[in-house]
Design a protein around this ligand. Structure first.
Ligand SMILES: C[S@@+](CC[C@H](N)C(=O)[O-])C[C@H]1O[C@@H](n2cnc3c(N)ncnc32)[C@H](O)[C@@H]1O
Length: 417
């Protein structure tokens, strides 16, 4: 059994995925501590949902993780596996590229909270890590592509971890949402995974054959040639070393591994021959949909405008004119494909280009309900019940596709002797 702490827990996506591997006779994962604190609101809605779902758990903390580390570090129990989807505002497409500050940005700094836990735990640091983030992390910041990820994994290497990563789009492996995220797993020096990786003549074989992530989410590598390089220097030097990371080079492909600061990376193509899931498979019957989810005749024009193609003159506040162009997005959303990515602004009645709209059997247009958004992330129905609908949509925009963590967890536990 692996003892787990769940950081930046949100409404518990990692927990659900890991616990799906537990059976009555075999508890593979036990969450021994979790932490969730939302800096932008006084009320802690996500944490409240978490406590409502796991009421018998006295190990949930709803304080700023940085504060816990500083003032109450002893409350974080020793554990084997640390998991978390650390906040990603600074890498997310919600901000323009030129404003993305990466690891030096305010929220991105939370990576260093994870690092601080590992460092402070010293010899008791967890054997394994499983982390999730937006795939832009691999090329952040814009002017020095890849620098942030290089610093992160180099700092893990210095603490004795081998690190592998893989960009996974849930829909490409039969799950209901097109959500592309980078998953990162790390194995400490004293684990059998670390020794297995170290004993390979060609480290990249871990990525192409038999590694933990390859077992769970197989990829084909056509370019058998792996890009191989070393992250040199002190961590501070990496951040200053503008020559290694520039705006053109993409040092990290969608799959790779780092051992002793040596990076092996190549472009992988997802391999999956199972069933695919579409929006049609998860939506509720029209009869179950509350009236506020239907698009009213008065709003229809606004929705059509926002979803449609545009080629128009706009002007900035100071009167500067510019032309604004964008293509159309599917309206309504196709029921025969997996959904698009859920974003935090998915909830609420106001018309939007990004919210999903589907057509019912009787030809009416409607938004998706909280239960449907939960299903798109493979959460149990009503998991987030207790919060308002807009908040429930927000939680799902922040969360992950549970089926991915379930499979990664399974692969990890099956490889433990
Ligand atoms: C990307 S979401 C992770 C969602 C989660 N994986 C789930 O399944 O719901 C990041 C979470 O980190 C939380 N957070 C942000 N700053 C924090 C801090 N300083 N301490 C603890 N949690 C924080 C946010 O409120 C948010 O819920």
């Amino acid at each position: 059994m692996l003892k787990v702490i769940e950081l930046f827990a949100g409404v518990g996506g990692f927990r659900l995925g890991l616990e799906a591997n537990n059976t009555k006779s075999n508890q593979r994962f036990k969450i021994v501590w979790s932490n969730q604190w939302e800096p932008s609101t006084k009320l802690q809605h996500a944490s409240d949902v978490y406590k409502l779902r796991w009421p018998h758990d006295n190990n949930h903390s709803s304080e700023d993780i940085a504060k816990v580390i500083k003032d109450d570090f002893e409350s974080i129990p020793n554990h084997d596996l640390l998991v978390g989807g650390f906040p990603c505002q600074d890498y997310s497409v919600a901000r323009t590229l030129s404003h993305a500050e990466g690891l030096r940005g305010k929220k991105g700094v939370l990576w260093w909270s994870i690092h601080a836990i590992l460092k402070k735990k010293g010899k008791d640091a967890p054997r394994f890590l499983m982390l999730e983030n937006v795939d832009r992390l691999l090329k952040s910041p814009t002017r020095q592509r890849g620098r942030d990820f290089a610093i992160m994994i180099a700092s893990l290497s210095d603490l004795g971890y081998a690190v592998e990563w893989r960009v996974i789009n849930a829909a490409e492996y039969g799950m209901p949402q097109r959500r592309r995220r980078v998953y990162i797993m790390a194995y400490k020096l004293d684990t059998e995974m670390h020794s297995n990786i170290s004993s390979l003549e060609d480290t990249s074989n871990w990525v192409t054959d038999g590694g933990i992530m390859q077992q769970a989410f197989p990829m084909r590598f056509d370019e058998m040639f792996f890009d191989t390089w070393k992250i040199d220097g002190e961590l501070e030097d990496i951040s200053e070393n503008i020559n290694d990371f520039n705006s053109v080079r993409r040092p990290f492909s969608n799959a790779g591994i780092m051992l002793n600061r040596n990076v092996f990376t190549s472009k992988g193509i997802p391999q999956y021959d199972g069933k695919f899931t579409t929006l049609k498979d998860i939506i509720l019957d029209e009869k179950e949909i509350p009236s506020e989810y239907f698009i009213s005749g008065t709003d229809l024009e606004k929705w059509e405008y926002l979803k449609g193609a545009k080629r128009e003159k706009r002007s900035t506040k100071d009167g500067h004119e510019y032309s604004y162009n964008e293509g159309p997005v599917g309206f309504p959303d196709s029921l025969d494909k997996p959904s698009r990515t859920i974003i935090t602004g998915e909830g609420g009645r106001s018309p939007s280009r990004f919210k999903h709209v589907v057509e019912t059997q009787s030809g009416k247009l409607r938004r998706l309900t909280p239960i449907e958004l939960e299903r798109l992330n493979m959460f149990p129905d009503r998991h987030t019940e207790g919060a308002g609908d807009t908040k429930r949509a927000f939680f799902m925009g922040n969360a992950l596709v549970v089926g991915i963590v379930e499979k990664l967890g399974k692969s990890l536990s099956l490889n433990l002797s």
